[in-house]
Design a protein around this ligand. Structure first.
Ligand code: CDT
Length: 331
């Protein structure tokens, strides 16, 4: 019997600043029902799915932005999502801004803010939590930018590593599932850490602007989508896994997000793609046995990896200059 699961990306159209969580949750409930009607057993919602992508807005004090964070999950506002998923017997992935009271590295208990994703099982169990590690953008207001990207201001770097769990999902007694969030998808290190835990299905949400807003040069719109897809397709191929990559799409508070949610197989092929910039469900049947070929041949890690030659990967952050070639004087 092949190991199959039907998965869905539940892309969200824009959520404006003025729209309360109840509106987003209501839309997500409709998407959950639609995904269920299409046979989905696991539904993936985007990064920061409950609100507008608020890191584009500057607040003098970080506390002023707390209105965008969830101090409890589930809360009164998000509980309908949990009960609907339980009722339908489907698992789901949800991205949100997390406000937690917990000890930091020094042992001090304080309010901490993370860009977080959770994976919830079909019976309502919290299977996995991930806090975003690669935080793009900047921490201070940047007057050169038309639109801010203040993730480094509002979030701490995630402290849960890149986790993978084997848990029941759909009709299968165990699937190895891992999480990353948005910008993480561009970093091969993130994929490899999941791959080294035999991940079979990577779930990720994203909010990516259609334009490069850093003001350092023009990047055509189609290349922005290409780079996103390229990253997910390469990650899946090189780690012999499936991925569901779900976007927030459309024009949100005047800023455009490019959508193009995809489901990718271990050959790196896109097997489903969203075509609207609105709420949309895409579905794919994933035969997890497809993960075996890559991981027993070209990417049989235990046979072919050479970690002794990869020490730069964990030993340094920025790139260093190579030695400069000098022609040896003739003897
Ligand atoms: N949300 C997120 O991580 N977005 C980034 C945009 C980078 S622009 C500063 C991304 O990599 O898609």
């Amino acid at each position: 019997m092949p190991r199959c699961i039907t998965v869905a990306a539940a892309q969200l159209g824009p959520i404006q600043m003025a729209e309360p969580r109840s509106v987003a949750v209501e839309r997500m409930l409709r998407l959950l029902e639609r995904a269920h009607r299409h046979g989905a057993e696991l539904v993936v919602f985007p990064e920061l799915a409950l609100t507008t992508f608020f890191p584009r807005h500057y607040y003098d004090s970080v506390e002023e932005a707390d209105q965008w964070f969830e101090a409890a999950m589930p809360s009164n506002e998000t509980e309908p999502l949990f009960s609907a998923a339980r009722h339908l017997g489907i698992g789901f992935h949800l991205g949100y801004a997390e406000l937690s009271l917990e000890a930091d590295e020094t042992g001090k208990i304080r309010r901490r803010r993370f860009n977080t994703a959770i994976l919830v099982g079909p019976e309502g169990d919290l299977l996995l939590k991930y806090r975003k590690i690669h935080l793009p953008g900047h921490a201070a207001f940047d007057p050169a930018r038309k639109v801010q990207h203040l993730e480094k201001r509002y979030f701490e770097v995630g402290n849960l590593g890149f986790p993978v769990i084997r848990a029941p999902m759909g009709t299968l007694p165990g699937i190895n599932m891992g999480l990353m969030i948005c910008n993480d998808r561009r970093w091969p290190e993130a994929w490899r850490v999941l791959g080294l835990q035999k991940v079979e299905l990577v779930l990720l949400g994203y909010n990516t602007p259609s334009l490069n807003l850093e003001g350092r040069g023009f990047q055509p719109h189609h290349l922005r989508v290409f780079h996103s897809h390229l990253s997910v397709q390469a990650g899946c191929y090189q780690n012999s896994c499936f991925a569901v990559a779900t976007a927030k799409a459309g024009t949100e508070d005047g800023a455009e997000l490019f959508g193009h949610s995809i489901i990718v197989n271990p050959e790196g092929e896109i097997v489903a793609m969203a075509t609207s910039w609105d709420d949309e469900v895409i579905v794919a049947d994933c035969n997890l046995d497809m993960c075996t070929l890559g991981r027993t041949t070209v990417f049989a890690f235990e046979k072919h990896r050479r970690p002794e030659h990869y020490t730069r990967i964990t030993g340094q952050t920025g790139a260093v200059d190579p030695p400069v070639f000098e022609r040896k004087a003739a003897e």
